[in-house]
Every structure is written in C-alpha cells, then in structure tokens.
Design a protein around this ligand. Sequence first.
Ligand code: HEC
Length: 95
Amino acid sequence: MWVSINRPAYVLAADINAGQQIAADVCSQCHGIRRPSALGLFPSLAGRDKRRIADALRQYRSKQRLSPIMNNLTGSLSHKDINNIAAYYAWVEPQ
Ligand code: HEC
C-alpha cells in the first residue's frame, strides 16, 4: 500500500515535476541541482528540509529576509510554486 492519506504519491509527483521545471529554468543557474556550480558563493539546496527551503523563500518574498537577488527572484513566485520548488529540492539527492 504505497498511497498514504497524508501524502498521496500522485500529488507529490506533480509537485516535484512543477518544481523541477522552475529549478531547471531559474534556480539552477546559481544553486545548481545536486550541488551549486560554485560552492561557497551559493548555498546548496539539494536534500535540504522542505519546510526550511519554503520558509526561506517566503521570507525573501516578503523581504523579511534581505538579499537583492533572492528578493527579486521570489517576487513572482506563488505559494504553490514555492511549495513545489521546496518539494523538488528536498527530494533531490545532494552530490
Ligand atoms: C542569480 C543567482 C541566484 C539565483 C538564480 C537563485 N538564487 Fe537563491 N540564493 C542566491 C544567493 C546569493 C543566496 C544567499 C542570499 C543570502 O545571503 O541570504 C541565495 C539563497 C537562497 C536560499 C536560502 C538558503 C539558505 O541556506 O538559507 C534559498 C532557499 C534559495 N536561495 C532558493 C532559490 C530558489 C528556489 C531559486 C529559484 C527560484 C533561487 N534561489 C535562485 C542566489 C541565487
């Protein structure tokens, strides 16, 4: 029985696919997918806690946390985008 009430597998898969699209198009330029291209300059996101990634993105979006780059980038992200991206990066195995 692999479909649980709390986390139906099909919902999780859809979230991850949508998140993967944004990560590949936008985020990977700096954060990479499994690891950043330049470690030290950009924080690594792969395998990090989903909740922590989403919280950070919401804080950038509301400018509660300041970073000109991240404040700009998160301005156009919806609540759903943020959850999808966080689900994707949390799912990716770090390198
Ligand atoms: C142009 C480069 C660039 C792009 C593109 C970019 N980021 Fe960032 N990101 C940064 C930098 C620089 C920081 C560190 C900012 C700071 O000091 O708070 C950061 C920080 C973060 C953090 C906080 C990490 C931590 O350890 O607290 C998260 C989460 C994050 N980015 C997610 C994303 C996501 C998701 C995307 C795609 C929508 C994205 N970033 C696109 C440069 C980028």
